[in-house]
Design a protein around this ligand. Structure first.
Ligand SMILES: [Zn+2]
Length: 370
């Protein structure tokens, strides 16, 4: 949902229409260095790959006569084509995204033109569970799209997001289309695990890395979205602003985040029971990581040092933390399966309590962590 809101915030300002301020330079670089018909945009989650892919598509389709093709001011944000992309109804733009994500982002058959819409059109989609994968049937729609004439003047664009959601059959079907480019069709494949894509797909694409944005720019953006003490959530989210915003919208503010180490050291699971399991596991990995850093005399990364004082990990034993880490890895492998989530969280909290409270035999307990 959050990406949909961000994407719809797109508005012409200084000539460019950028949904996220830190995309300006990567977009300029991408437009200046593009040399193939397919781009692979990759990097950590939560830094705006989807918005970047859409903005690139919009830039390619932009019809502003005042701008050269590689002008960094593209997309103009005001021409008819830009407006169609913003309204999610450009006939020459096709999105290939999993049904589940498509409905979360507001890109579905109702919101876009039939060809330009996301996957999951038709009655059949309403009768079964929305898919988390991009399937071969959807890639076949790209094939049909490739063979139509562009409705407007600037060719056609297919955005695939997240690219790693293609199953093997779908990826092979897409590869065939990538291998026989028609002059009119361009691709942006965006995602966070490029290494899981078929090597043959990677080799057909020009690779573009979208990294974690500058912390100050990201914090300012979060503040503008109403997030208080954004630097706390931003650090907690590993510098990924969209992730931090999602937490904030789910009620995880700086205060909640800062209280977690102490809460877990007490074995208090109450506030975590309505979290998705994957988020609990991710948070505990970070806490475990920080407790390990403290145990070896380093500065924690995700939780500020102050929040780790008291009972939380200051004197934890590295071997016990290692056991906790391995248990987290085991649960993470099965975090997608919805078995007994509450029980799993409670058992993880118990483990966190044990690990964080275990005193190292080799160090003197101390309340200060310089
Ligand atoms: Zn335009």
């Amino acid at each position: 949902m959050r990406e949909a809101q961000l994407a719809s915030d797109t508005a012409p300002s200084d000539g460019a229409s950028l949904p996220l301020p830190w995309l300006k330079e990567p977009l300029r670089d991408a437009l200046a260095t593009q040399r193939t018909h397919a781009l692979l945009l990759h990097g950590p989650q939560g830094v705006g790959q989807f918005e970047m892919a859409l903005t690139l598509a919009q830039a390619w389709l932009c019809e502003s006569k005042a701008l050269a093709a590689e002008d960094p001011q593209r997309p103009c944000g005001v021409c008819p084509s830009c407006r169609l992309v913003q309204a999610r109804s450009h006939p020459d733009l096709m999105l290939l995204i999993p049904e589940l994500l498509g409905s979360a982002l507001g890109w579905n058959a109702d919101a876009a033109g039939e060809e330009g819409g996301a996957s999951g059109t038709g009655e059949a989609a309403g009768k079964r569970k929305p898919s988390k994968e991009i399937r071969v049937a959807e890639v076949r729609r790209v094939l049909a799209f490739a063979h139509t004439t562009a409705a407007r003047e600037h060719g056609k664009v297919v955005v695939v997001f997240p690219a790693e959601a293609m199953n093997t059959i779908a990826a092979n079907a897409l590869l065939k289309i990538l291998e026989e480019p028609t002059g009119q069709l361009r691709f942006v494949l965006a995602g966070s695990s490029a290494d899981t894509l078929l090597p043959t797909i990677r080799s057909r694409c020009q690779s573009l890395w979208l990294g974690v944005p500058d912390a100050e720019v990201a914090s300012a953006w979060l503040r503008a979205q109403g997030v208080l003490r954004p630097e706390v959530l931003l650090a907690g989210a590993g510098g990924q602003p969209q992730e931090a915003l999602a937490w904030s919208r789910d009620g995880i503010d700086a205060q909640v985040w800062l209280a977690l180490p102490e809460q877990l050291a007490r074995g208090d699971a109450a506030s975590l029971l309505n979290w998705p399991l994957a988020r609990v596991v991710d948070m505990m990995f970070k806490l475990c990581h920080d407790a390990m850093r403290i145990a070896v005399g380093a500065v924690p990364r995700y939780f500020p040092p102050d929040s780790m004082r008291g009972r939380a990990g200051v004197t934890a034993d590295v071997a016990t933390l290692g056991t906790w880490y391995r248990e987290l890895s085991r649960v993470a492998r099965h975090a997608e399966h919805p078995w007994q989530v509450a029980l799993t969280i409670e058992s993880l909290v118990l483990q966190a309590k044990t690990a964080l409270a275990a005193k190292s035999s080799s160090t003197t307990p101390s309340r200060s962590i310089n």
